[in-house]
Design a protein around this ligand. Structure first.
Ligand code: C2E
Ligand code: MG
Ligand code: MG
Length: 564
């Protein structure tokens, strides 16, 4: 479009006619304002003209109206044209219709900020709104809350009924959540089966705010629990766990807020699901300690922070018959007990590489022992956790550790707990039988603390049964514990299993156990767990005292200590 210096139209081209719908004849002599959409106020045009006059051109986005009345966005460039003397002769305007671009832009915006499945705000938009809510709360002094929601067992639905049904359920959950919140609240989907509800304007009193937030959470629980009508007439029941975290203005960063709500959610899951939990500081302390252990464990193997300790097992005559390998973790700044770190390693899957390390160290020890007359007759017990045993290649892991070190399999004993046996029975039986064929033996650890089931003892090929130390502790003072231990020993003996008592600390305990048919003992009475080098050193003066033999000799050395 070319206009004169008075901004009256002199010429337009075909593209102009195509885009605006006006022919040249319609617009000659008119002002370009004929195209205005009414979307911009006079100040907009004034500013535009000011810039053109000052700098000679203008560029920008503008909404205009076609002849048909349709409003569309265009990208417009206007240049002032001057002659050789610097006199203004024309204005030339070129423009492009950017409706499609605009449309794409708004789609991109939707994609970037909304979840495509449920059309709820996504994580990014939630973060944005959280920031705004914090700013609002700071001004108003009102509390707000973040409710983190995770559907229970959603994965099972997805796996059994397929993703289409899973998607249907998620969409329905989104609708139900939207129905229970107020206008000022936000429901977002973080991904998967995780939703977040942000509640604002909960008042200035924290206790009242907590009560309101909880009542919303209860309503959410109620609506989520209602049956779902899925495709194919299938009716599904579902529940959700919820973690709530209150916030007050900018008292915590958005990241902290999300983390705290997540921790509360974790506690809700831990409480057995379909539950609601609030975040509190004690919770945080416990979680921090866990995190500390978890991050530490991740580098422990690489930095060689694990040690193998060995605790002796003796027979009724006091002869050394075997030993248990016990893992110790000694990071800088103090050791952490296996009761603390093994459950975390188990949960995070770190037990698998750690367990392999223990197995390797144990087989290396058995190799050394085979070449040492005072140690060659001993067996070594290694604890195996459920997750480790569940590895599909567990049998190969054990057999390759044995052959790598050239060790006789029957010297190795694997200690399993009842939790291992709760897995797929066929798989457990298969692995145990395969290892038994190699010669490896099995011991059932901590017996009495779990199901203490006779069925387990009969069904699985164990060689040994270990009476848990919690029963041994009070055996002389508590008649119930004594009765349990007698029953366990009788059960073991009748199934021709060796019965080992762990945690034997006094002579009375040893005598009582012995009187009732227990023949192998482990406990502080016979020796604390020792670093493997110390254990071996104590047992290696064998040749010096040739008159004594076998276990007695070894125990003598044990009691005497390496220095003696
Ligand atoms: P556990 O297999 O039942 O090991 C016996 C525990 O009793 C050991 O605790 C040992 O130090 C302790 N103990 C031995 N004699 C006495 C005694 O006379 N009195 C008392 N009060 N305690 C005694 P520890 O070493 O702290 O290990 C705890 C648990 O950690 C073990 O229980 C085992 O379940 C697990 N664990 C240890 N090492 C490993 C490992 O390499 N792999 C796996 N998966 N678990 C391990
Ligand atoms: Mg054990
Ligand atoms: Mg035990």
């Amino acid at each position: 479009m070319v206009t004169g210096p008075d901004a009256r139209i002199l010429r337009v081209n075909d593209a102009f006619s195509r885009l605006t719908g006006y022919e040249q004849i319609d617009v000659l002599g008119q002002r370009p304002s004929l195209l205005s959409s009414g979307r911009h106020d006079p100040a907009f045009y004034e500013a535009m003209w000011r810039l053109i006059k000052r700098f000679g051109h203008w560029q920008g986005e503008i909404w205009n109206r076609r002849k048909s009345g349709e409003i569309y966005p265009e990208w417009l460039t206007i240049s002032a044209v001057r002659d050789a003397d610097g006199l203004l002769t024309h204005y030339v305007a070129t423009f492009a219709d950017i409706s499609q671009l605009k449309q794409a832009e708004s789609e991109a915006h939707h994609l970037a900020y909304y979840d495509p499945l449920t059309s709820l705000p996504n994580r990014r938009l939630l973060l944005d709104r959280l920031e705004k809510a914090e700013a609002m709360g700071k001004r108003s002094g009102e509390y707000a809350a973040l409710v983190m929601i995770d559907l229970d067992n959603f994965k099972a639905l997805n796996d059994t009924l397929g993703h289409d049904q899973g998607d249907r359920l998620l969409i329905e959950v989104a609708c139900r959540l939207l129905a229970v919140i107020r206008d000022c609240d936000t429901v977002a989907r973080l991904g998967g089966d995780e939703f977040v509800v942000m509640l604002e304007q909960l008042g200035r009193d924290p206790a009242t705010a907590a009560i309101t937030a909880e009542s919303v959470a209860k309503k959410i629980m109620q609506v989520v629990n209602e049956p779902y009508q899925l495709a194919g007439g299938y009716i599904h029941y579902c529940s959700a766990s919820q973690g709530i975290c209150l916030f007050h203005g900018r008292d915590k960063t958005v990241e902290t807020l999300l983390k705290q709500a997540d921790i509360a959610l974790y506690m809700a899951k831990d409480a057995g699901r379909n539950a609601i939990r609030f975040f509190d500081t004690e919770m945080q302390v416990a979680i921090d300690a866990r995190m500390f252990i978890e991050t530490g464990l991740r580098r422990a193997l690489a930095q060689n922070e694990f040690r193998l300790y060995i605790q002796p097992q003796v027979d009724a005559q006091g002869g050394l018959v075997g030993a248990e390998a016990l893992l110790r973790w000694q990071p800088e700044g103090g050791g952490i007990g296996p009761d603390q770190f093994i459950p975390i390693a188990e949960e995070r899957g770190l037990i698998v590489p750690i367990g392999l390390w223990v197995l390797d160290q144990a087989c290396a020890a058995l190799r050394r022992w085979a070449d040492n007359p005072s140690l060659e007759g001993l067996y070594l017990s290694v604890n195996v956790s459920a997750r480790q045993f569940r590895q599909p290649d567990f049998v190969e892991q054990v057999s390759s550790a044995l052959s790598r070190h050239g060790v006789m399999a029957h010297r190795l004993k694997l200690e399993l707990t009842e939790s291992v046996l709760l897995d797929k029975v066929d798989d457990v039986l298969f692995k145990m039988s395969a290892l038994r064929l190699l010669g490896v033996r099995f011991s059932l650890d901590d017996f009495g603390t779990g199901y203490a089931s006779l069925a387990y003892l009969k069904r699985f090929p164990f060689n040994q049964l270990k009476v848990d130390r919690s029963f041994v502790r009070d055996i002389v003072s508590d008649p119930d514990d004594a009765a349990i231990v007698r029953a366990i020993i009788a059960m073991g003996n009748s199934l021709r299993l060796d019965v080992v008592a762990e945690g034997v600390e006094t002579d009375e305990q040893r005598a009582y156990l012995n009187r009732h048919g227990c023949v192998v003992f482990q406990g502080f009475l016979f020796g604390q767990p020792l670093p493997i080098e110390h254990f071996e050193a104590r047992c290696t003066i064998a040749e010096v005292i040739p008159a004594m033999t076998g276990g007695q000799l070894a125990l003598f050395q044990w009691l005497a200590g390496a220095d003696a």
